[in-house]
Design a protein. Structure first.
Length: 450
């Protein structure tokens, strides 16, 4: 092979788009990574010779299957299930399961690719994967969700295992769905093992896992602010979403002295100019986790405004935490945030900002924490749940919160190491991409062409 065989970003993306047509989210995720990695490996022959980036963007395997179940009226229903096993160079496949009406393979490919770099950033031995189904648990009864989860696991169980692939929750998959799937795996294999993370505390779950993604995201923001001589004290914050990540992001912001102004769901957002207190957040947890209601009910309960069909990014605030879904911050939203004086963004959701929006944040040199760094706390504590399951013991809440704090600080430090620009600005996107890539790339080079 000639030493000078190189590939420009355009050439690389042309090939990727040809191989993955009609998959804009996967293309977007790869483009954002390749733009940082290709210049970085330009003088690193071993990575180019091993075609690491090309291999990293091709999943080890994609499993697609039908999930058949019976609804409460006795009708047979069928959905499509998936598992994308992206890369297991540094550890067994690991990544969440998403149940969402509009879920496509495109979304799962982007998530599995991002997961691979994120898991690497945590420093724990976990490869990358993602899975799910185009199933909407929100308009189903508990019994229907149970039957769906059991049927989903009948097929998925053939492809996972505590040393093979360890799923977890994501959008639409919370404690209820995890419990049903774990129990079904146990029945099929007659084996009690750490095959899924996010389990209930009484059957192998880890303390702090529920809180970890949100808390971790806020810890990362705290480190970014600290690096710039600032803190949360008195700062206003926009949070989108009202699910797992949003709830615990809001909780930790409040605990650290910040003021949370908004929460949202797919029907719109609420603006509470007085700030969402811990008591009001308890109401949201009950509303969303127990009663499975809509965020609009918060507006009636606390006499604040609900903006139907809108996102919170027009409200002036210093900090922004997108915690709902991908591409929820458009270029226009990013511009508005900057105009309104936003100084920092930490992404709780996966890829919540469109590429042009990210470019604007970085171009304006505001603090911008990409999802693969900012929301890695969830999978990090999942990794610690795996460790506890293997050791057949459990750590205390304090021990785990300390572990989480240290892991997030470590990820921040890696981003600073690889992301600091000549003028001192820290490009966290570049730092996270390079640091996440390096560990996987070294393993792939060492193991030869597999
Ligand atoms: P949940 O299902 O608990 O909550 C999702 C929230 O986002 C809900 O409020 C939901 O509203 C809202 N939402 C979903 N889709 C849309 C949409 N298209 N437009 C507007 N709002 C939407 O999920 P999580 O909190 O677990 O996940 C949120 C994000 O965080 C996802 O990107 C996920 O991949 C990411 N993440 C989650 C981790 C975890 O540990 N849970 C770990 C790392 C990343 P509604 O109820 O109306 O649907």
């Amino acid at each position: 092979m000639k030493e000078n065989r190189r590939c420009s970003l355009n050439q690389f993306m042309e090939g990727l788009i040809r191989r993955n047509p009609h998959e804009p989210e996967f293309q977007q995720a790869v483009d954002e990574v390749a733009a940082d990695i290709l210049p970085f490996i330009d003088d690193k022959y071993e990575y180019r010779k091993a075609m690491v980036l090309e291999r990293l963007t091709e999943a080890d395997r994609v499993i697609v299957f039908r999930v058949t179940w019976v609804d409460d009226e006795g009708y047979v229903r069928a959905n499509r299930g998936y598992r994308v096993q992206q890369n297991n160079s540094i550890g067994p496949y690991k990544g969440g399961i998403r149940f969402h009406r509009n879920l496509t393979l495109d979304t799962l490919k982007f998530l599995a690719f991002e997961q691979t770099l994120k898991n690497s950033l945590t420093g724990l031995p976990m490869g990358g994967a993602k899975g799910g189904a185009n199933f909407n648990p929100k308009d189903k009864s508990d019994d229907e969700v149970l039957r769906f989860c059991q049927s989903f696991m009948i097929e998925l169980s053939r492809h996972i295992g505590p040393n093979v692939d360890i799923p977890a929750g994501d959008i639409g998959v919370g404690a209820r769905e995890i419990s049903y799937m774990f129990a079904q795996y146990k029945r099929i294999n007659n084996e009690f093992s750490g095959v899924i993370t996010g389990k209930g505390i009484s059957f192998g779950g880890s303390m702090i896992r529920t809180e970890a993604t949100g808390y971790g995201c806020v810890y990362f923001m705290e480190d970014m602010l600290k690096e710039n001589g600032s803190s949360f004290e008195g700062k206003t914050a926009l949070v989108s979403g009202a699910g797992n990540v949003a709830q615990f992001t809001a909780e930790k912001i409040i605990e650290l002295g910040g003021k949370v102004l908004t929460l949202s769901d797919s029907s719109g957002f609420i603006h509470d100019s007085e700030g969402i207190t811990k008591e009001k957040l308890d109401y949201v947890k009950d509303l969303k986790n127990v009663r499975r209601g809509r965020i609009a009910e918060y507006a009636d309960e606390f006499d604040v405004t609900f903006y139907e069909g809108k996102k919170p990014w027009d409200i002036p605030a210093e900090l922004a935490f997108p915690c709902a879904t991908q591409n929820e911050i458009s270029a226009g939203d990013a511009r508005k945030l900057i105009e309104n004086g936003c100084i920092a963004v930490a992404e709780g959701a996966n890829m919540p900002t469109v590429k042009e929006g990210v470019d604007l944040f970085i171009g304006e040199k505001i603090l911008y924490a990409p999802s693969k760094a900012a929301n890695a706390g969830g999978v990090a504590v999942s990794g610690l749940e795996m460790t506890q399951n293997s050791m057949r013991m459990s750590w205390s809440r304090e021990e785990l919160d300390n572990h989480l704090r240290v892991i997030m600080r470590d990820i921040h430090a890696k981003c600073v190491d690889y992301g600091r620009e000549k003028d001192g600005y820290i490009n966290y996107r570049k730092g996270a991409n390079i640091a996440g890539f390096l560990k996987v790339a070294d393993a792939m080079v060492a193991c030869g062409p597999t």
